[in-house]
Ligand binder design. Sequence first.
Ligand code: UGA
Length: 424
Amino acid sequence: MGAGRVGLVAAACLANSGHEVICVEKDPARLEKLIQAEVPFYEEGLGELVESALRQRRLSFTGVLPGRLSDVGIVLVAAGTPLLPAGGVDLSYVYDAVNEVVQHAPQPLTLVMKSTVPPGTGVAIQRDLLGKGSVKHSYISNPEFLREGRAIHDWYHPDRIVIGGQDAEAIQRVREIYEGINAPVLVMDVTSAEVAKYAANAFLATKVSFINEIANLCELVGADIDAVARAVGMDHRIGTHYLKAGLGYGGSCLPKDTNGFAFVSALNGYDLRLLKTVIEVNAAQRRRAVDKLSQALGGLTGKRVAVLGLAFKPGTDDIRESPGIEIARLLATAGASVSACDPMAWTSACGLLPPEVELVTEAFSALQGCHAALLATEWEEFINLDWQKVRSVMRAPYVILDGRNALPRDLLRQYGFNYHGVGR
Ligand code: UGA
């Protein structure tokens, strides 16, 4: 239930593994596209997988589940769980999905929660919804750990599969949908599975904010964060992943889940102080980039700045909580004239940027006449630009802020750019 970035990947991958999958999408425009085998967002390899599953008649799309529930054994709920304006998690889509099943399923089935829901949600659903009907359904929490852009790879090669539940038969059924996938299966209670999902994202966010703080210190003491992170990460107890300094984490998951986790923890009587600081550090990292540009340019008023990259990371068209978008907005507010571009997120960015930010399709046009450029997303297209040619279309003082430490620093300096990185 739900053909978003998690639901559609799950549907296509399960169908590809030989299961018969009915994918429910409530948005009529999205549903129409899916029926035509059109994926409404970019995810590498997903279009091909959907097309092949449709061709083999293992996958179908519908807007209404009730009529088709009678021969369903397992329902995966992959509804969105956005943040509420007040800070909590909006569970209305999840509850709508569960209610639809409870009201219409004529036979007992296994309800599998894939959506990221606050600790205690599964227990509440079992008590308040599943426990009240005449048909006895089983409930399993089965959080997802898929990265956008790598979701299909991650589905087939997970580090672990977490199954939270009590009903042995239901646990076995969920194990079976992952048959053929070589990964440890961790069986636990429902609430522990829910906490595990939030804690994993919170820890990844913590690593990113930690390395960004160390990077900021490196700038003050004259050290190089790349060398530092390498030395730190090679300790197996720490690990090399998520130690890339930059503009902070973005996307729909890390920002949403860290905020949601901190909020829900407080409701449960625990103040997650460390995580709250992680969130603050992340927000400050974006403002710091604006300050750095302002300092390098001697103020932002009347200066022209190009923002290269609007997707929250390369390999996706997702711009939710993207550092590039926020920094473009902050620069425009501070009086700079801003041009922005992205190889994939152009369409999604259109409605989100203020009208004073000029959105262009091509990096060279964005860089034309600019006093400074910010690399906000490390797309290969930007890293491999002809930087000598870029120098010839930009204006003094030729400032480059490499927000991802991904550009060839020495070469850029050689070409006469005023290069700044993050902690380098
Ligand atoms: C994240 C998790 O990695 C997935 O395991 C999880 O399933 C998913 O959220 C989710 O909850 O659905 P994703 O949102 O695709 O996946 O993003 P990541 O690849 O984790 O990157 C998040 C952000 O951190 C990006 O903006 C990236 O640029 C930034 N990042 C990452 C850094 O700044 N430095 C790093 O070293 C790593």
